[in-house]
Design a protein around this ligand. Structure first.
Ligand SMILES: NC(=O)c1ccc[n+]([C@@H]2O[C@H](COP(=O)([O-])OP(=O)(O)OC[C@H]3O[C@@H](n4cnc5c(N)ncnc54)[C@H](OP(=O)(O)O)[C@@H]3O)[C@@H](O)[C@H]2O)c1
Length: 264
């Protein structure tokens, strides 16, 4: 009976992970959300092998309580942790924004949401993962955190988001290094460019969308096979294939849903 924890499970890619994993009745899927009452897409799945727990991924105490609930249900073990919760202010700041206060606030928020959240979550579930059979942790990162791609495509936008996800990649490398002797597999996994609009709670600003759309020609030049955003379902199927086949020898890698450096 493999067990999975997915954070940020109320919508988007996290919801798709829960949906795909819970199709197999052998799996037990613990779906972590900030607010169960608003997680309507998730509650609508209504499968016996989904357990919904509440925790903000930036709140270490809440995550520890969630881990205690998982422990009670599994007898103290967990096989897979998918640190998916994350986000962006979508303010469209670049590194040269003239307001230091705005840059600092934006950076700190992104670090909480995308970097520190994964550390708190991993540490909360680590004692259970140590007793699990798979010992796998996937942290959902972004192609925006790739230095080579940033320089080659000339990507200036999503400044704080990119920096916080690049820091997440280092977090993954540090865990991988420390826990390799215990047989752990850590991955910084890019989900591709995924259209999550069908479960979005609010539309991004026009300025933000214009900045993202402006990236598409450069992305198509860099990745000639790129045909546009994929669905959460397609992304998750590809990501799970990578997670399941990844080996301890390659723990700590930063790869895409293709299992390599093809980001799109
Ligand atoms: N979509 C893409 O193209 C893309 C590309 C690269 C990377 N990613 C990454 O993939 C992950 C999922 O993205 P998505 O596109 O599915 O985003 P999304 O549709 O905006 O969903 C984000 C999810 O994360 C949850 N969340 C955000 N902050 C949280 C917190 N502090 N504690 C608990 N849950 C929190 C949200 O919960 P609420 O419902 O409570 O807000 C929601 O369930 C993120 O890490 C994102 O950076 C996405």
């Amino acid at each position: 009976m493999p067990s999975y924890v997915v954070t940020g499970a109320s919508r988007g890619i996290g919801l798709a992970f829960v949906n795909e994993l819970s199709v197999n009745s052998q799996n037990t899927v613990f779906a972590i959300v900030r607010n169960k009452s608003t997680a309507t897409h998730l509650t609508a799945l209504s499968r016996n092998n989904i357990v919904i727990l509440e925790a903000d991924a930036t709140d270490a105490k809440a995550l520890n309580l969630a881990a205690a609930e998982v422990s009670k249900a599994t007898g103290g073990t967990l096989d897979y942790l998918i640190n998916n919760a994350g986000g962006s202010t979508m303010l469209g700041l670049t590194a040269t924004d003239p307001t230091p206060e705005a840059i600092e606030e934006d950076l700190l928020l992104h670090f909480k949401w995308n970097t520190i959240s994964a550390v708190h979550s991993t540490n909360a579930f680590l004692p259970l993962l140590k007793k699990g059979t798979a010992k796998k942790v996937a942290c959902i990162t972004s192609g925006m955190a790739d230095l080579d791609v940033t320089l080659q495509m000339g990507t200036t936008v999503q400044f704080s988001y990119s920096v916080s996800k690049a820091a997440l990649n280092m977090v993954v490398a540090k865990y991988a290094t420390e826990l390799k002797p215990e047989g752990f597999v850590f991955l910084a996994l890019i989900p591709g460019m995924v259209d999550t609009s069908s479960t979005a709670v609010s539309a991004p600003s026009e300025k933000f969308m214009a900045q993202i759309m402006a990236l598409i020609p450069a992305a198509m030049k860099q990745f000639p096979d790129f045909k546009g955003p994929i669905t959460p379902e397609e992304s998750v199927r590809m990501q799970l294939e990578v997670i399941h086949r990844w080996k301890v020898e390659d723990s700590g890698a930063f790869v895409s849903h293709f299992g390599n450096k093809q980001l799109l």
